[in-house]
Design a binder for this molecule. Structure first.
Ligand SMILES: [Zn+2]
Length: 74
């Protein structure tokens, strides 16, 4: 199961989904505990990117993504 993270700016829960080209992670909002499957890729029709709703997260996302990514690799 995908790990659920919490936005430190607004406490919104999100999971990381890869984009189709696998190059980036998108923080997808989790509503009503509906957690996407492990192998889902980000689809803007089905998922809500938290970057669209949270200005602060959109600003620090590149940095945060790197930190999370490095933790997962360990
Ligand atoms: Zn946020």
């Amino acid at each position: 199961m995908l790990k659920v993270f919490k936005c430190k700016h607004c406490n919104m829960k999100f999971v990381l989904l890869k984009t189709k080209n696998q190059k980036r992670f998108v923080p997808v909002e989790v509503h009503n505990l509906e957690i996407p499957d492990d192998d889902e890729v980000y689809d803007q029709k089905r998922h809500t990117s938290h970057l669209r709703n949270c200005e602060k997260r959109a600003t620090d996302w590149n940095e945060v993504m790197l930190v999370i990514f490095n933790q997962q690799m360990r």
